[in-house]
Design a protein around this ligand. Structure first.
Ligand code: SF4
Length: 332
């Protein structure tokens, strides 16, 4: 059975973009592989952030994941900073990572342009990602197309460490493979940019049926449909992409037909989508509400997950430390 690692930042409540783009896939993967899923709070601090709300956002993200179907009996769910070995391996891998490769990363270039002063942590973000995966010797990493460059760098870091420290045998990191997520990229409700909480163009996974409808109503559609009589193209409409995540195949066919033939208006189309979204999301919202009333239970699940993850991480780190030449710590 392959081992899978994936992480999500503690942005608080999940939105439907996270759900369709990653979490729904994780729920399937936990039935097929040995999976470790982490709320990656160490990654979240590479951008300006609010320290006071970070604990609650971390807890809320864990609740959202559990409510969406991650099962602590089938996967290991934990908070990244609860396993200190992530930071340790990050530092060690920094020493074999070429600076030029980090500077070439598209996400670094994008994010650093938006900041007056660029913290070194933003540059080294992909090294921490490599540490996250290599620490558990995970061989599969579910990624979207936009993460492929980081995955390739992760493989390069593993190769460089192996070439430097595993040449004469012993332990070597496996090179992780990408598990490309099949789902299409969901744009925000503005139809312009990726769905992102910071852009305010999301529908939260736990929103009420009324709130879902109020957000969906004005959402962007195919601009060719100026009036109800104008036919549209579902292939370029973000509402149709969301239908593909929530509506059954026969409904999707009806949507595509009615769109191309101007058989209905966009509001009719959105109402059908809203009903299907509400049907999927209501049980998730109900489970989340129950978990919000039991923060200690969630805390215990995360602590047990961190214990399991730490046991694996310690095994890797003792091999890594030995091969990098560090003196064994004497027992007190
Ligand atoms: S009918 Fe539906 S798929 Fe077609 S443009 Fe309108 S919202 Fe989009």
């Amino acid at each position: 059975m392959a081992r899978v690692f994936s992480g999500i930042q503690p942005s608080g409540e999940l939105h439907i973009g996270n759900y369709l783009g990653a979490v729904q896939n994780w729920v399937q993967l936990q039935r097929q592989h040995e999976c470790l899923f982490s709320v990656v709070d160490l990654h979240a601090i590479t951008q300006p952030y609010d320290a006071a709300s970070l604990p609650q956002r971390t807890l809320d993200m864990a609740i959202g994941l559990l409510a969406s179907g991650l099962d602590p009996e089938r996967c290991t769910l934990f908070v990244q900073s609860h396993v200190a070995e992530h930071s340790e391996l990050n530092w060690l891998l920094n020493t074999v990572t070429p600076l030029g490769e980090l500077e070439r990363q598209t996400q670094f270039k994008d994010k650093s342009q938006r900041q007056e002063s660029v913290p070194a942590g933003l540059l080294n973000y992909p090294v921490l990602q490599a540490a996250d995966v290599l620490l558990y010797l995970a061989t599969l990493v579910p990624v979207g197309e936009d993460q492929l460059q980081h995955l390739e760098l992760m493989r390069e870091i593993a190769r460089r460490w192996n070439a430097r420290f595993a040449q004469s045998g012993g332990f070597a990191f496996p090179e992780p493979q990408a598990l490309l997520t099949a789902s299409k990229r969901i744009l925000g409700l503005d139809g312009q940019a990726k769905m992102s909480k910071s852009l305010g163009n999301t529908i939260g996974l736990l929103e009420s049926p009324e709130a879902i409808w109020q957000k969906l109503r004005p959402a962007a559609t195919d601009p060719a449909r100026v009036t109800r009589k104008d036919p549209g193209n579902p292939d370029i409409c973000n509402i149709f992409t969301i239908h593909q995540g929530f509506s059954p195949p026969e409904v999707q066919r009806t949507v595509a037909h009615n769109c191309r033939t101007a058989g209905w208006g966009c509001l009719d189309c959105k109402r059908v989508l809203a009903d299907n979204m509400i049907a999927t999301l209501t049980p998730i919202r109900e489970r989340a509400t129950a978990l919000q009333g039991e923060p200690r239970t969630v805390g215990r699940i995360l602590a047990a997950g961190a214990d399991k993850a730490r046991a694996l991480a310690r095994g890797t780190m003792s091999l890594v430390r030995r091969q990098m030449g560090f003196l064994d710590r004497a027992e007190a």
